[in-house]
Design a protein around this ligand. Structure first.
Ligand SMILES: [Zn+2]
Length: 180
């Protein structure tokens, strides 16, 4: 994975870009949950699932289909008042999908571990993006306060936080000008 902070930050940025209006707290909380959810596959370790299996790390839970299922389920379960298949409903689905799928995409930009099974369960082939500037983050907290943790922090700051913040500021300014 990339670090949890960065996964969360990307999800919140998507939310802000897609919904300029005020959103309820549960929307933001769920965006973060969605973006961290794919790493539940580490639980498989304890049940003897091997890394390269369909349910192994960076397997099905990092796929696009998983992201879509999560997005629809979350929207239906947590926003029942939003009329199904309305514009607002689709926006929510797209936003939760983007949050969940962004996890695999960030992972595919890291320089270590297995590739991502984007098309699981149809194909277990593992992919990386052609461009992998992120230092892979250690799982667990201990490794985080090390030289390794520092490299993770710097690479994510440069390649994710900085461009994302610039994008948010630009969009904010455009919106402000339009409404002003
Ligand atoms: Zn992951």
């Amino acid at each position: 994975m990339a670090s949890a902070f960065t996964h969360g930050f990307v999800a919140l940025s998507f939310g802000k870009l897609m919904f300029p209006e005020r959103m309820p707290l549960r929307f933001w909380v769920l965006s973060i949950v969605c973006t961290l959810l794919p790493d539940i596959d580490v639980v498989g370790y304890y049940f003897g699932v091997r890394y390269g299996d369909m349910l192994g790390h960076r397997g099905f839970s990092h796929s696009l289909l998983f992201a879509l299922l999560v997005a629809v389920l979350v929207t239906v379960a947590v926003f029942p008042a939003v009329r199904r298949f309305s514009k607002q409903w689709w926006l929510l689905v797209v936003c939760f999908f983007a949050a969940t799928a962004s996890h695999g995409i960030l992972d595919a930009m890291t320089n270590g571990g297995y590739g991502i099974a984007f098309f699981s369960p149809f194909s277990n082939e593992r992919f990386f993006l052609p461009w992998r500037p992120l230092t892979v983050a250690p799982i667990g907290v201990r490794g985080f306060f090390s030289r390794w943790g520092w490299d993770v922090f710097m690479s994510e700051l440069l390649w994710i936080w900085l461009p994302m913040t610039v994008l948010l500021v630009i969009v904010y300014l455009i919106r402000k000008q339009r409404s002003g």
